[in-house]
Design a protein. Structure first.
Length: 185
């Protein structure tokens, strides 16, 4: 069985987010549908490749429309020699192996307190762990996030390896979307 290539090459304009959040300069790109369709999943996925010939590795986020978007932080903008509004060249593909996701401190603490949950967590796949983390961190309110951590530990303690009732693409639940672009000057 041959594996389909996830490699895509395209040019895209770096967009300025309407609400940049923490004040640091960053840009984003919404992947062309054809590029996103080549990726192994509609949820979060790690890609690697080049932007303007400079190597990068990043986690793509689902845009809620069965595609993905990429956040390009200030450091990467400098590295690739680009500014918001520039059109840059992308050459990317899914990472050969999904890197182990960074555990949110609250989830790590909860897992440490529950040996049963910790054991199931260690026995899951990296993709499953990525989905658990995405489900927890996608909560808009701290109260919901705390409840999801408790629920996750309960489900993991009972041996459940995958989070249920979670659409990692955001398409069916409309839970995720790309940032809204600011008007370009």
């Amino acid at each position: 069985m041959t594996q389909k290539s996830s490699r895509s090459q395209f040019d895209a304009q770096l967009l300025r987010p309407a609400e940049p959040g923490d004040g640091n300069a960053w840009a984003f790109v919404i992947l062309p549908k054809a590029a996103s369709d080549k990726l192994p999943r509609r949820g979060r996925v790690t890609v690697e490749g080049q932007i303007n010939g400079q190597y990068f590795q990043a986690l793509l986020e689902p845009d809620g429309k069965k595609s993905h978007w990429l956040k390009i932080d200030e450091q990467l903008l400098k590295q690739v020699g680009a500014s918001i509004g520039d059109v840059v060249a992308f050459d990317l593909s899914a990472a050969d192996q999904e890197p182990e996701p960074q555990l949110p401190p609250e989830l790590n603490k909860a897992l440490q307190a529950s040996p049963e949950a910790q054991a199931t967590w260690q026995d899951t796949t990296t993709i499953a762990r990525l989905d658990w983390i995405h489900w927890i961190t996608s909560a808009k309110q701290a109260k919901t996030r705390t409840k999801r951590i408790i629920d996750a530990c309960d489900m993991l303690s009972s041996g459940k390896k995958r989070v249920c009732c979670f659409d990692p693409s955001g398409y069916y639940s409309k839970a995720f979307s790309a940032p809204r672009a600011a008007d370009q000057d």
